[in-house]
Design a binder for this molecule. Structure first.
Ligand SMILES: [Zn+2]
Length: 292
């Protein structure tokens, strides 16, 4: 005789028990062996949870369970990272206000996250778009500003005209354009989300002066018990702040194959950054049209 295993029934039953008995709520006043099992919170950028998020949360939750079995008091918080471009773009797409959409998404996301049956500490959940939370990120920004570590500056940035957002270099992927042999060589930088060609835009924006800590960050990497791959990535990232915009004046140069007649250019601009300690990478170049 075969008996059918009723997932829905069994899982619901035990999840109710865990909730009632606060199985995954650590007693913060009495934690002899604390273990903070933090994972990146999902951002509500669609109707429901992305399966890639579920994959990550499952891995982290398994680790949390191992730590519990080893006698640790595991704190595994959950929340929603809904302050930012992904959630805003989703709200724009469906024609809703990001603030009111957040309340709708919240309900669905928490239902789905709870259904996973992971050991989340629900009493401590937080949303990054809640004023009680972001008042602290604002407070941190003010402290940085007061100490000259936050400043405004005009700088060329990677801009996706479709997402209407600035992209980090890592979010710009190189894609070959065209299908003919002749065109095959031309790779253009496109947005990793929507594949729209990325443009360079001069934009006034806020910066944190992380360069003030570059030396300390680099030095302290040696003391970390991280894999060499991750350390190298961190080194490159820290070193990335050393970039330069080089401008070459152009005399008597015109592009002749334009349909609108020859285009005179006055300047070649090359933006390059230090990718690693011993290599330079040109991330963008452009020809400036001569102004009449
Ligand atoms: Zn885009």
């Amino acid at each position: 005789m075969t008996r059918k295993y009723d997932f829905g029934k069994v899982e619901r039953k035990w999840q109710e028990v865990w909730e009632k008995e606060k199985t995954y709520e650590p007693d913060f006043k009495n934690v002899p062996h604390p273990f903070y099992n933090l994972m990146m919170f999902p951002y509500p950028s669609a109707e429901g949870l992305h399966i890639g998020g579920v994959r990550t949360f499952t891995g982290v939750d398994i680790y949390g369970r191992l730590k519990r079995m080893q006698g640790h008091d595991v704190f595994e918080p959950m929340g929603l990272d809904g302050f930012g471009i992904h959630s805003e773009n989703y709200a724009l797409k469906i024609g809703a206000h990001p603030a009111s959409q957040a309340k709708v998404s919240e309900k669905r996301f928490y239902e789905q996250l709870a259904a996973l049956g992971n050991g989340f500490a629900w009493d401590e959940k937080l949303e990054t778009y809640a004023p009680e939370y972001y008042k602290w990120t604002q407070w941190i920004s003010i402290q940085l500003f007061k100490r000259g570590l936050a400043y405004r500056k005009k700088q060329p940035v990677n801009w996706c005209p479709s997402c209407k957002t600035v992209l980090a270099d890592e979010q710009v992927i190189q894609k070959r354009q065209g299908t003919s042999d002749k065109e095959q060589g031309n790779a253009v930088g496109v947005c990793e989300r929507c594949e729209t060609p990325v443009i360079k835009k001069e934009l006034e924006q806020w910066f944190f002066k992380t360069t003030a800590y570059a030396e300390r960050l680099l030095k302290n990497l040696d003391t970390l018990d991280w894999s060499e791959n991750v350390k190298t990535a961190q080194k490159n990232w820290i070193g990335r702040s050393e970039g330069a915009l080089i401008k070459f004046p152009i005399i008597n140069f015109q592009l002749r194959f334009s349909r609108r007649g020859p285009i005179p250019f006055s300047e070649l601009r090359i933006w390059c950054l230090r990718r690693s300690m011993n290599s330079l990478q040109i991330t963008n170049y452009e020809l400036r049209i001569t102004r009449k």
